[in-house]
Ligand binder design. Structure first.
Ligand SMILES: [Zn+2]
Length: 331
């Protein structure tokens, strides 16, 4: 190999992905595994990253690789190079940079996964040449990345777009993984939709619930309700499930409207497993209700063309097209 190559890592709550990419944003090879959620300490995450990287690069000379870009779920502590108190991981503290640098002497760029995603979108996806761009990830959690006037937003602790924790229910009926009540993510993320669905079902007559296909598929136990079952049954046309999905969409529309009112983007791209696997059921109600809550002119709202690899694209971009705002560890 010659030229600039990057190792890209995407650490998600459910999936971990690694790839090798080049300067043009081509992914040459990639691997993925479920994120390890068992173990004595958060170090299992760094160990998993290292083992995936070693399977990925095999016999490739590390000398051909410019650096490692990591897009990770947050919150991140960028002094320590670690994930801290993540609502979506079972570990309080996950050291990343220390253990990885002790094995691989390459510069490492560590960024929030949705910040990486919006960088990937602007460099290699639908956002090329778009100065006012927002990426929204609807997955296990909800996150965002934002460019305004061509500037990537960071904030004092680099958490400028923690949009999943926008309050959308002042009654605060559901508790978010972060501990606070009423946050968007507590209602509409893949991890929390079952709680929202059960809350909504409290307002439905027993007769209606019991006669639904949803009730049959959870074997009469609402504790068995999962996001996947709900969307699968809605796709089949179950009336009760469709009503719940519509309500989720209304709450998503409020979240999207808040983002539009705050950042005034011309394009919002949407990714995350939940949106990528159920594009119509997720996008239709958002487009239907968003204008009920916006004051700003509506942007285009589209599913990202980069799919599940969007964070990897951003991690590649962080290495091969570095931004002055993102200083690498060991660079
Ligand atoms: Zn929260």
């Amino acid at each position: 190999m010659d030229g600039k190559y990057a190792i890209a890592v995407d650490i998600g709550a459910t999936w971990m992905r690694v790839a090798i990419g080049d300067e043009e944003g081509r992914i040459l090879k990639k691997l993925s595994e479920r994120t390890k959620r068992e173990g004595k300490s958060g170090k299992v995450i760094a160990d998993q990253v290292l083992s995936l990287i070693s399977s990925l690069i095999g016999k490739i000379d590390v000398g051909d690789i410019e650096g490692i870009g990591i897009g990770s779920i947050g919150p991140l502590d960028l002094e320590e190079g670690a994930i801290v108190n993540s609502p979506n991981l079972p570990f309080e503290y996950v050291p990343l940079i220390g253990p990885i640098r002790s094995k691989l002497k390459l510069p490492i760029y560590l960024i929030n996964d949705c910040t990486a995603a919006v960088i990937g979108e602007r460099e290699f996806g639908a956002g090329k040449g778009v100065d006012d761009l927002v990426y929204i990830g609807l997955g296990t959690g909800i996150g965002g990345g934002v460019y305004v006037d061509g500037h990537l937003l960071f904030g004092k602790d680099r958490n400028a777009a923690e949009i999943g924790h926008i309050t959308i229910d002042v009654e605060g009926r559901l508790r978010c993984g972060c501990g606070k009540f009423g946050h968007w993510e507590a209602y509409c993320s893949g991890a929390n939709i079952p709680n929202f669905a059960r809350l909504l079902l409290e307002g439905v007559s027993e007769e209606k619930v019991k006669s639904s296909l949803l009730f049959k598929l959870v074997e009469g136990q609402l504790a068995n309700l999962s996001t996947k079952i709900l969307f699968d049954v809605a796709e089949k046309g179950d009336d009760l499930s469709l009503k719940i999905v519509e309500k989720i969409g209304r709450f998503n529309a409020i979240g999207f409207a808040n983002v539009i009112n705050a950042y005034d983007p011309s394009l919002i791209t949407v990714g995350g497993t939940l949106a990528l696997e159920n594009p119509d059921l997720i996008m239709r109600p958002i487009k239907k209700y968003v204008r009920d809550h916006t004051i700003n002119r509506l942007p285009r709202i589209e599913i990202t063309p980069l799919g599940k690899d969007i964070t990897l694209y951003g991690a590649i971009a962080a290495v091969v097209r570095p931004l002055r705002e993102i200083e690498p560890f060991g660079g």
